[in-house]
Design a protein around this ligand. Structure first.
Ligand SMILES: CC(C)(COP(=O)(O)OP(=O)(O)OC[C@H]1O[C@@H](n2cnc3c(N)ncnc32)[C@H](O)[C@@H]1OP(=O)(O)O)[C@@H](O)C(=O)NCCC(=O)NCCS
Length: 169
């Protein structure tokens, strides 16, 4: 199956919201996502395939850091390289735009997300006690340097291949 990563468009929002509600105990609202189109520092990407939105990510480029604000894949399409594809693309774009570090917070119990971040080289930097108000769970703060030579993060223009082929606009 082929999927491609492209910038999100307002008409994608209903599909994004469906995935968001299936993915998080405290989902972002439509207004929250709408603001991502207006923030000059935001990078809002979707993965599209089979004529539908399969996943999305919201990333913020602030003060030389790329923050992973949101990332989710349709539950029916998980485990096929789509989350990894979105994250790799954001890291490459962030690095190309001058980010020297990528940062994120993840629930301690979110093992699939933690494995994904570890696979791309993120390391645990700290822990925030009871960070998530909905469940009281701790957050792990993870970071990745984007300045070092990153064999793990090849940024080929135009045709990065994950486990599935993907195309670029
Ligand atoms: C986290 C999430 C985005 C991963 O997306 P995905 O498309 O399913 O992940 P991928 O198929 O790209 O997997 C990439 C790597 O992540 C890890 N991973 C993904 N799912 C995993 C699982 N169920 N168990 C263990 N590791 C997993 C693996 O290291 C995998 O690499 P591998 O297949 O070579 O072992 C997805 O599970 C999701 O949407 N979760 C709910 C929302 C969420 O938690 N977002 C992150 C908030 S911090």
């Amino acid at each position: 199956m082929t999927f491609r990563i492209r910038p999100a468009r307002p008409e994608d929002l209903s599909q994004i919201l469906r995935i968001e509600r299936l993915s998080f105990p405290s989902p972002w609202s439509g207004e929250h996502f709408q603001k991502e189109f207006e923030k000059p520092y935001a990078l809002f990407l979707v993965a599209e395939g089979e004529e539908r939105i399969l996943g999305y990510g919201c990333f913020w480029l602030l003060a030389g850091e790329l923050q992973i604000a949101n990332l989710a894949v349709d539950p029916a399409w998980r485990g096929r390289g789509i989350g990894e594809g979105l994250l790799r693309e954001a890291l490459c774009l962030g690095r190309a735009r001058g980010a020297v570090r990528a940062l994120l917070e993840v629930r301690v119990g979110n093992l699939s997300a933690r494995r994904l971040y570890e696979k791309l080289g993120f390391r645990i930097e700290g822990r925030r006690k009871a960070y998530y108000r909905d469940t009281g769970e701790d957050a792990l703060l993870m970071s990745l340097s984007l300045t070092e030579s990153q064999e793990n993060l090849p940024c080929r223009r135009g045709s990065y291949i994950t486990r599935e082929t993907r195309k670029f606009e």
